[in-house]
Ligand binder design. Structure first.
Ligand code: ZN
Length: 237
């Protein structure tokens, strides 16, 4: 059984949403209604904020996909899942310059969205973006400035998080592409994977010591992603 629902088609790419995505919306409605203390209004706000966040994730994946299409790579679909978006494409060419541009296109979209929102905030005189204090005060409030603060900060975080130089994040690919300019692809992958696993280890230790289990989970995810990437490259080699 196929658990994905097709929403629309952009440039020949099917945009789908995985049915488990509904769980995230329910969770968002619950969490925002409790944390804001605004009941139903908070719940609706949580759903709208989450949908707009996933619109940003979709645009991030489209950034990769459209750049890949420019290089003649076929992109089948983009599926939105509870934790992330996933673009299914044919093998990315082993050309460092192309890989670099495809990998960096996603985070650049997030920074672009954040810049646009900051511009809109400036035009509207939104207090939320004046200072870190104002931003923190606006975050989590059921208001337009709360929404602006939420979307601006999540887009910046999304862009930065994806640039962490470790597979399966975009930053891992950026790092490999930069290394592959100086050495062959397999060796570049191996070194990038090792750097990624080193980072995962540090992240895991930090999470463990600070009691942040989310960080430990991310570290495990990054560790496995790096191992898989390095194995695939070795098999191909
Ligand atoms: Zn990406």
């Amino acid at each position: 059984m196929n658990w994905s629902l097709k929403l629309l088609k952009v440039k020949g790419i099917d945009i789908k949403v995985h049915l488990t995505f509904v769980l995230i919306l329910i969770w968002a409605a619950y969490r925002w209604s409790v944390s804001t203390g605004e009941g139903m209004q908070g719940a609706v706000f949580g759903i709208v904020a989450t949908l707009l966040l996933f619109l940003s994730v979709t645009l991030h994946e489209l950034g990769h996909s459209l750049q890949a299409q420019k290089f003649g790579v076929k992109v089948r679909d983009i599926t939105l899942m509870p934790m992330r978006g996933l673009a299914q494409m044919e093998e990315i060419p082993e050309d460092p310059n192309k890989e670099l541009r495809i990998a960096i296109a996603g985070p650049l979209v997030n920074f672009g969205i954040a810049a646009l929102l900051i511009g809109i905030g400036a035009l509207l005189d939104a207090r939320a973006l004046l200072s870190i204090e104002e931003l923190q005060a606006s975050l989590g409030s059921v208001s337009w400035s709360g929404l602006l603060a939420y979307l601006t900060s999540t887009n910046i975080i999304l862009g930065l998080f994806n640039l962490i130089p470790a597979f399966p994040m975009d930053g891992g690919r950026v790092l490999r592409a930069l290394l592959a300019r100086k050495m062959d692809h397999a060796k570049a992958t191996r070194i990038a994977a090792q750097i990624g696993q080193g980072l995962a280890l540090l992240m895991g230790l930090w999470g463990f010591m600070s009691g942040s289990w989310t960080l430990v989970l991310i570290a495990i995810f990054v560790w496995m992603g790096a191992g898989q990437e390095s194995q695939e490259a070795q098999v191909k080699h």
